[in-house]
Design a protein around this ligand. Structure first.
Ligand SMILES: Nc1ncnc2c1ncn2[C@@H]1O[C@H](COP(=O)(O)OP(=O)(O)OP(=O)(O)O)[C@@H](O)[C@H]1O
Ligand code: SF4
Ligand SMILES: [Mg+2]
Length: 338
């Protein structure tokens, strides 16, 4: 297949050194994202989804958080490949990457909205930087963008400060800002959780338009598997800082292999499905007290002796489907040596 890689993450380990011990928030994560595709990222709370994306944006909270040696995050969108881990978070290169190439919609809107500027001026700045238009034109584009994300009375809202907006409005303002950069790579971290379904549908459409126009690669983090089904091309399932399954969206829904993925799928309500929902038993373990062997073993209905002894490697089921579970070895998956 002729698809161009935009980002490659290898051996990514993002650890926090806390009084309670080392929190392995992201623990040996490998994945790639291609131009024009949407990679959905799912997993329960605390599994390392946001920290994976903050690592990519070089925004891991210092000094407690740290990328371990050997972690590699390569951006392929420019003429020369850039290793993000070699850039300092505040360097000119990193800021230019963040401003011109990649954008992130954060789970907490105030992370990226500056409280001392009106939302309009923040969007106008992004528009001017990326579209080389006059201030007046940029203001018009900003107003249009604010309208597109479903904020009523955009001509008025454009001159308001973030604190004057409700949480949902702030979320939309941040989405408007991220999308006005026309990024080649967009990370959307639970972008629509706080929004009602009509606005959510509008936002998803906007992202789709952006992707169609600019061939944007989107990493879409969500708890909502229905949204994943709608927008993702591929899905990456995370558990306790590790990727446990990656596959095309169809494979994830119709041929899931990892017991955790199966658990996630059977714990969501489906329209017209009268079967009882089966939540995954137990809770995500404390990341400073992880069990020996497979981290999912204490909750897994299929746990075997080997699971409690040895962490499973990643097995390739086929070219586009890999699973970190001993059951997949039995089913003939080949070990991924990378
Ligand atoms: N500043 C910090 N100091 C210590 N540990 C942290 C810090 N930030 C995050 N963590 C830990 O890193 C782990 C991964 O967090 P992360 O925010 O990536 O989870 P998540 O998958 O995005 O969860 P959610 O779905 O709730 O957003 C969690 O166990 C969290 O407690
Ligand atoms: S490796 Fe074992 S414990 Fe872990 S998910 Fe697979 S079957 Fe369950
Ligand atoms: Mg998160």
């Amino acid at each position: 297949m002729d698809k161009k890689k935009i980002l490659e993450v290898k051996n990514l380990r993002t650890y926090f050194y806390t009084h309670e011990g080392v929190v392995k928030a992201v623990d040996d994560v490998d994945f790639e994202i291609y131009e024009g595709e949407t990679l959905g990222v799912v997993g329960e709370s605390g599994c390392g989804k946001s920290m994976t994306s903050k690592s990519i944006m070089n925004l891991v909270p210092k000094p407690k958080g740290k990328l371990e040696p050997g972690s590699s995050i390569k951006y392929y969108g420019l003429d020369e490949v850039v290793d993000i881990t070699s850039l300092s978070p505040r360097s000119k290169e990193m800021r230019s990457l963040r401003g011109n190439e990649m954008a992130m919609i954060f789970q907490e809107p105030m992370t990226s909205l500056n409280p001392v500027y009106t939302i309009g001026s923040q969007i106008i700045e992004a528009v001017r930087l990326h579209q080389g238009v006059s201030k007046e034109e940029a203001r018009e584009i900003a107003i249009e963008m604010i309208r597109k994300v479903g904020i009523p009375a955009p001509e008025k809202r454009v001159d308001e400060y973030p604190f004057e907006l409700s949480g949902g409005m702030r979320q939309r303002a941040m989405i408007a800002m991220a999308l006005s950069c026309n990024p080649k790579f967009l990370i959307a971290d639970e972008p629509t959780t706080a929004l009602d379904v009509t606005v959510e549908a509008q936002i998803l459409d906007l992202m789709q338009d952006l992707q169609d126009e600019f061939n944007t690669a989107i990493m879409f983090i969500t708890h909502d598997l229905d949204v994943i089904g709608e927008i993702a091309d591929r899905v990456m399932v995370m558990y306790t800082g590790k990727v446990v399954e990656t596959a095309s969206v169809d494979e994830i829904f119709y041929n899931p292999k990892h017991p955790y993925t199966k658990g996630l799928l059977s714990s969501i309500p489906k329209i017209g499905n009268k079967e009882e929902l089966v939540p995954i038993e137990g809770t995500v373990p404390n990341l400073t007290e992880l069990p020996k062997g497979c981290y999912f073993a204490p909750r897994c209905p299929h746990a075997m002796d080997i699971c409690r002894e040895k962490m499973p490697p990643t097995f390739d089921i086929n070219e586009e489907h890999s699973v970190k579970c001993w059951l997949s070895e039995k089913e003939g998956g080949s070990m991924n040596e990378e």
